[in-house]
Design a protein around this ligand. Structure first.
Ligand SMILES: Nc1ncnc2c1ncn2[C@@H]1O[C@H](COP(=O)(O)OP(=O)(O)OP(=O)(O)O)[C@@H](O)[C@H]1O
Length: 272
C-alpha cells in the first residue's frame, strides 16, 4: 500500500527580525589621524536567535556592540532594534548588557547588584523581590544573595553580571567577552549555563568572543569579522541540535566547524 503525504500546514511566517544594522560604520578621530573602526556593515538578527561575533583584536567587535547598545553613534547608516533607536530601547530597559569586566558595585551585596538596573530605570525593587531571587537562582547563586562581590570567585561575579543584565526582562542581550577572564573549565561551565538561560528565556543574544569553540557551541550563527578596516567577512550557520551538551566539544563535526571558522578568520582579505 502506498501513502500519499499531503502537507496541509501553512507556509511558516518569516521569522521576526529584532535587530537591523544597515550600512552602519564608525571612524574615530585620533591624534594620529582617523581610525576606521568599522567600515559600513549590514546585519539582521532574527528574534530569539543567538549570534556570536568573532574576529581579530581591533576588528570593531566592541564598537559594533556599543553602537547596538546606543552607547556609540554610527557615522553613517542606521541601527534599529525592534524598530526603535538603540538608545531609546536601552532606556526602556529592553537591552541587557554584560561586558568582560562585571563592574559590580563593591559595597552592594549580590541581591542589590542584580537589582541595580531596576533602580536606574526607576522601577520599584520590592514587587520584584521574587523575580530577583529567581534570577540569582537561575545563574546558580542561590544562597549567595547577601554576599559581597569581594567574597565571590571570578566566575560567580560574572554570573551576577549576567543575572543583572536580565533583571529588566530585556528582549535583547548584548554580551562582550563576558567569560574572557575565566579559565577553560569555568568558561565551559558558564557556556552551559548561558545556553540554559538563553533557552529558558529565548532572549535574542549577541555575544562577542575570542573563543571559536565558545562561538560554535553557543551560537545559531557566527559572524566572522576581519580588521583594517573592521568589516563582516562571512556569516556561518551552526547546524547542531539543541540543547547542546559537553560531548559536542569533542565531536568530529564540532572540530570540523571550528576549522572552517579558523579558515574564515584567516581567509582572503584578513589583515595580517
Ligand atoms: N574611543 C575610541 N577612540 C579611538 N579609537 C578607538 C576608540 N574605540 C575603538 N577605537 C579603535 O577602533 C578599532 C576597533 O576597536 P574595538 O575595541 O571595537 O575592537 P575589538 O574587535 O573589540 O578589539 P578587541 O578584540 O581587542 O577587544 C581599534 O583600532 C581601536 O583602537
Amino acid at each position: 500500500m502506498t501513502y500519499m503525504t499531503i502537507n496541509t500546514s501553512p507556509t511558516p511566517p518569516e521569522a521576526a527580525v529584532d535587530l537591523i544594522i544597515d550600512q552602519a560604520g564608525k571612524t574615530f578621530p585620533t591624534p594620529r589621524g582617523p581610525v576606521v573602526a568599522l567600515a559600513p556593515i549590514s546585519l539582521k538578527v532574527t528574534r530569539g536567535s543567538f549570534v556570536a561575533l568573532i574576529g581579530p583584536s581591533g576588528c570593531g567587535k566592541s564598537t559594533l556592540l556599543r553602537m547596538v547598545a546606543g552607547l556609540e553613534q554610527p557615522d553613517d547608516g542606521a541601527i534599529l532594534i525592534r524598530s526603535k533607536h538603540p538608545e531609546q530601547f536601552r532606556k526602556e530597559g529592553e537591552l541587557g548588557i554584560a561586558f568582560q569586566d562585571p563592574a559590580l558595585l563593591p559595597w552592594r551585596n549580590v541581591f542589590a547588584n542584580v537589582a541595580f538596573p531596576l533602580q536606574i530605570l526607576g522601577r520599584p525593587i520590592k514587587p520584584n523581590n521574587e523575580k530577583i531571587r529567581a534570577l540569582i537562582d537561575l545563574v546558580g547563586l542561590k544562597g549567595y544573595e547577601d554576599a559581597l562581590p569581594s567574597q565571590l570567585s571570578g566566575g560567580m561575579r560574572q554570573r551576577v553580571a549576567i543575572a543583572r543584565s536580565l533583571v529588566s526582562d530585556p528582549s535583547v542581550l548584548l554580551l562582550d567577552e563576558p567569560f574572557g577572564a575565566l579559565d577553560q573549565i569555568l568558561r565551559r561551565q558558564m557556556n552551559l549555563e548561558l545556553q540554559r538561560i538563553w533557552a529558558a528565556r529565548q532572549t535574542t543574544t549577541l555575544l562577542v568572543t575570542h573563543g571559536i569553540d565558545e562561538a560554535v557551541f553557543l551560537a545559531d550563527e557566527v559572524v566572522v569579522m576581519h580588521a583594517k578596516p573592521g568589516r563582516i567577512a562571512e556569516i556561518i550557520k551552526v547546524p547542531f541540535a539543541r540543547p547542546r551538551t559537553p560531548d559536542l566539544f569533542s565531536s568530529p563535526e564540532f572540530h570540523a566547524l571550528c576549522d572552517t571558522l579558523t579558515a574564515a578568520l584567516h581567509g582572503p582579505g584578513a589583515a595580517a
